[in-house]
Design a protein around this ligand. Structure first.
Ligand code: SF4
Ligand code: SF4
Length: 261
C-alpha cells in the first residue's frame, strides 16, 4: 500500500475541509488545528496549546478543556504521533525538503542537534509559558503559522512554506520533525500506550536495511536485525518502512499488551 500518498492526501484533505468550512461552503471542519469545530457541534482543541495556556494562567473554557482531552485521548491511543504523520501540514513540507536534499545530494548539515533537543524544548515551552504568562510555543509555532496561512487563505503562505523548506533542507537532515519540534515531542511522550504499532519480525528479515534508510526517525527501528519488537513512540506511523520492506518483516499491528515496547 502506498502509505505516503494516502497520508499526504489525508493531510491536504484536512486543510481543504478547513478552507471549505471557514468559507461557509461545507461546514464539516471549521477553525484551524489549534481550535476547531467538527460538524458544527464538537469542539476540538490542541492539548499542547491548552497545557501552555493553563500554565500561563490564561482563561480556558470548559469546552476548550473537553476539546483538548478528546484530541489528546484520540491521538494518544490511535498510533504513535499519528498527528505528525497524518495531519500536520508541516510534515508535507519537511518530506519535500528531505526529497530535495536527497535529490541534490546534500549530505552536510549546518548544525548537529540531538533528537533529544525537542524534549528539552518541550519542557522549555512549558516553563516559559508559566513564567511569562503566554503560550510560549504557540506564539512562535511554525505549525500554527503555516496552517492559518492555508485555512484562512492568508497571503503569507508562500513565505512561511519557503522558510520551513529552506531550514529543513540546509540546517540538518529531518531537522524540524526529527530534532526541533516540541509538539512532535509532546505526541511522542503521549503515544507511549498507543494501540496501532509497527511490528518487526526478525525471522522474515533479510537485513537489507532499506527500512532504516527511509525512516524519518533515527532510533525507532533500533531492533531491526536484532530482535522481534514494536517501534517506539517516536515513530510517526508513516508506514514508509512497511511500504519498502519486500520481506513482509514490518507491518502495522494492533498492540498486543503482552508485547515488548
Ligand atoms: S514534528 Fe512537529 S512539525 Fe513535524 S509533523 Fe510533528 S507536529 Fe508537525
Ligand atoms: S518506524 Fe516506519 S512507520 Fe515509524 S516513522 Fe519509521 S518508517 Fe515511519
Amino acid at each position: 500500500m502506498k502509505f505516503t500518498f494516502v497520508r499526504h492526501l489525508v493531510q491536504v484533505g484536512i486543510l481543504v475541509l478547513f478552507v471549505l468550512g471557514n468559507l461557509g461552503i461545507f461546514k464539516f471542519l471549521e477553525g484551524n488545528l489549534s481550535g476547531s469545530k467538527l460538524l458544527g457541534v464538537l469542539h476540538l482543541n490542541d492539548p499542547f496549546a491548552a497545557l501552555q495556556l493553563f500554565l500561563a494562567g490564561l482563561a480556558l473554557s470548559t469546552t476548550a478543556v473537553i476539546g483538548a482531552i478528546i484530541v489528546l485521548v484520540f491521538y494518544a491511543l490511535i498510533a504513535p504521533r499519528a498527528f505528525c504523520g497524518w495531519v500536520c501540514p508541516v510534515n508535507i513540507v519537511t518530506d519535500l525538503a528531505n526529497y530535495i536534499r536527497t535529490k541534490i545530494g546534500i549530505t552536510k548539515n549546518l548544525a548537529s542537534f540531538s533528537p533529544k533537543a525537542r524534549y528539552y524544548l518541550l519542557v522549555l515551552s512549558l516553563v516559559l509559558s508559566a513564567i511569562f504568562h503566554i503560550a510560549a510555543f504557540e506564539s512562535v509555532s511554525y505549525i500554527g503559522a503555516l496552517t492559518r496561512s492555508v485555512v484562512y487563505l492568508g497571503g503569507s503562505f508562500f513565505a512561511i512554506f519557503v522558510a520551513i523548506l529552506l531550514v529543513d533542507i540546509f540546517v540538518q537532515k529531518r531537522f524540524i520533525c526529527g530534532h526541533l519540534c516540541p509538539l512532535g515531542a509532546f505526541w511522542a511522550v503521549t503515544s507511549k500506550f498507543s494501540l496501532i504499532r509497527i511490528k518487526y519480525s526478525l525471522d522474515k528479515c533479510k537485513k537489507c536495511n532499506e527500512c532504516l534508510r527511509v525512516c524519518p526517525e533515527t532510533s525507532t527501528l533500533n531492533m531491526v536485525g536484532k530482535s522481534d519488537g514494536l517501534v517506539s513512540s517516536e515513530c510517526i506511523s508513516c508506514g514508509r518502512c512497511v511500504e519498502i520492506c519486500n520481506d513482509d518483516a514490518l507491518n502495522f499491528t494492533i498492540l498486543n499488551f503482552g508485547d515488548k515496547k
